[in-house]
Design a binder for this molecule. Sequence first.
Ligand code: ARG
Length: 236
Amino acid sequence: MKKILLVIFSAVLFTVSFGSNKIYVGTNAEFPPFEYLEKGETVGFDMDLVNEIGKIIGKEIVIKDMGFDGLIPALQTKKIDLIIAGMTATEDRKKAVNFSEPYYSANQVIVLNKTNKDIKDFQDLKDKKIGVMLGFTGDFVVTDMGYPSEKFNAAFAGIMALQSNKIDAVVLDSETANNYIKKNNNLKLAEGKGEAENYAIAIRKTDEDLLNEVNSAIKTLHENGKFDELLMKHFK
Ligand code: ARG
């Protein structure tokens, strides 16, 4: 009996001191082709990338889907260990979290109905009804220009409002915008583009080890061709 208790006790101690082998990954699965739901499963470039990283660092990846603006708070309160969500490594966010090496570069673009003739660039958005996604960099870009905007909780909702003419334009990340344009032939992009933004994985400031592991895994994936393979799969 004593022996059994001792074995149980050691097993408990082991798990407590070495932690579990799981990494809780926060995302917001409304951002195709980086993350989106397909038959109830979270799929996309970021999901494949983080699973490859998990294989290299020997951790099981557990995805937690939540609102985009809840991701950084969830990381800080340890509900998740890492964020991969097409998240731009902005100076403001760098105050709260650490970012991995960038893994993708994008920019803000303006999505319009094909019938729109008067919006060519960001300055033309003045006095227009602009849709943005709450807490996305597009939201900050439009706010910084001093324009009011209507906030949506998902890119899809903004695109729907545009298609039903409730708004004149949606400011959104380029890849996701292209994704919607390919699927809706009544939509187009304006000519003007915003500055380049770098997507990176966010990790708690105190988790230096995890940051180093993730960075070296990203390096490995670039070297062994896996990264390019994923790009081909999701951005052809
Ligand atoms: N790149 C933009 C940002 O960092 C939008 C990211 C949205 N990502 C998502 N999974 N919903 O704010």
